[in-house]
Design a protein around this ligand. Structure first.
Ligand SMILES: Cc1cc2nc3c(=O)[nH]c(=O)nc-3n(C[C@H](O)[C@H](O)[C@H](O)COP(=O)(O)O)c2cc1C
Length: 340
């Protein structure tokens, strides 16, 4: 499967039409099986047209984000609109700009976060904002529909989008997921579980938790290693302040992960800072050199292996430094709103 970097017909910087539609799903039986059927059709039809898609099923709704040449996109949407597996299509984003999806297909299934009415309200709100001239980028539209900030502190943020997002990946094992669940437990918050899939890599787990840290609401997202290759993940990379790599102190596994992170960041206009967490200090040497070659900003952190709490004690101060700098330069911090 080619991605945009290797396909000369789909230039990275050539503006394309970008749309996001919401529709109510009309599916009997397995959602996953229907998504698989749609995936098969989309991979067959969209690639030759230069149309790339991300499709979400959540709370009885489909959200589809499509990018490509305007004419091809209109033709495709005429066919999709007539599909009996959904109804009541509503456009919630339309723009022209560079491609943000770097491959023909991503899909996500999110279970158990809200009712169809919750989603209907989010769709209606976004549509009202769109009609009033508010323009969010497609990733922000997707996020406001699928994973809006639920934490009570969020409503005090002057800008609901101004929260800190951190991606965590383990070089081996499931420590990234353990960290998210440990944070959720400690803060009395729910860890939200999602399944992603791409054109080739099926069923990638990614869990996240929102909680208040210092003056900001923070989202920590655990991602399975192969999830880093998904176009959907790569479209969200510029939104992360940091990518935390929980290293295995095994050069082969650690270097492999660093290459995956570099690939995920390759086309991001703004790259997150990489925080490498290792038990052994000598793990960092080769990774620092590789990160320099790959043009990544790598910070070396130390924590005993396999323990989520100890890993977080090493990570948090680095995140706090970023927050201090961000608070000094841009969005109004939560405490200022509460007490100012
Ligand atoms: C929410 C939703 C999104 C879809 N997206 C696409 C798509 O991006 N590309 C596509 O070819 N078909 C998509 N489909 C399926 C089409 O409606 C249609 O079933 C399919 O293109 C027919 O392909 P076939 O004639 O090769 O069977 C989608 C269907 C739904 C319900």
């Amino acid at each position: 499967m080619q991605d945009q970097a290797s396909n000369p017909n789909h230039s990275l910087f050539q503006p394309v039409a970008r749309v996001v539609y919401a529709s109510q799903a009309n599916i009997a039986g397995s959602v996953y099986a229907q998504m698989e059927h749609i995936r098969a059709a989309a991979v067959r039809h969209n690639q030759p047209l230069g149309v790339y898609t991300a499709l979400l099923h959540q709370s009885g709704w489909f959200i589809q984000w499509k990018e490509g040449p305007g004419g091809a996109l209109r033709e495709l949407m005429d066919r999709v609109a007539a599909d009996p597996r959904h109804h009541s299509l509503r456009l919630v984003h339309a723009s022209r700009g560079p491609r943000l999806l770097c491959g023909p297909w991503s899909m996500a299934i999110v279970q158990g976060t809200g009712t169809p009415d919750d989603m209907a309200r989010r769709v209606a709100l976004l549509r009202r904002k769109m009609d009033a001239g508010w323009q969010y980028a497609p990733p922000a539209v997707w996020r406001q529909l699928s994973t809006p900030l639920q934490h009570p502190g969020a409503e005090f943020q002057a800008d609901p989008e101004a929260f800190q997002r951190v991606l965590v990946c383990s070089a081996r094992g499931l420590l990234a997921f353990e960290l998210v669940h440990w944070l959720a437990q400690g803060h009395g918050q729910e860890a939200v579980q999602r399944r992603f899939a791409g054109a080739e890599h099926l069923d990638v787990g990614t869990d996240y938790v929102d909680f208040q840290q210092g003056e900001r609401v923070m989202r920590v997202i655990a991602m399975a290693r192969r999830g880093l290759a998904l176009p959907l993940t790569r479209a969200f990379v510029p939104d992360y302040s940091h990518v935390v790599v929980l290293l295995a102190d095994d050069p082969a596994a650690d270097i492999h992960l660093l290459h995956k992170v570099a690939l995920a960041c390759a086309h991001a206009p703004v790259r997150p800072v990489l925080l490498g967490v290792a038990a052994r200090p000598d793990t960092h040497g080769p990774l620092l050199r590789l990160a320099r070659e790959l043009d990544l900003d790598y910070q070396a952190l130390q924590a005993p292996g396999g323990d989520a709490a100890l890993a977080w004690s090493a990570i948090e101060p680095a995140l706090a430094r970023w927050r201090e700098a961000a608070n000094a330069s841009q969005a109004q911090p939560l405490q200022a709103v509460l007490h100012g």
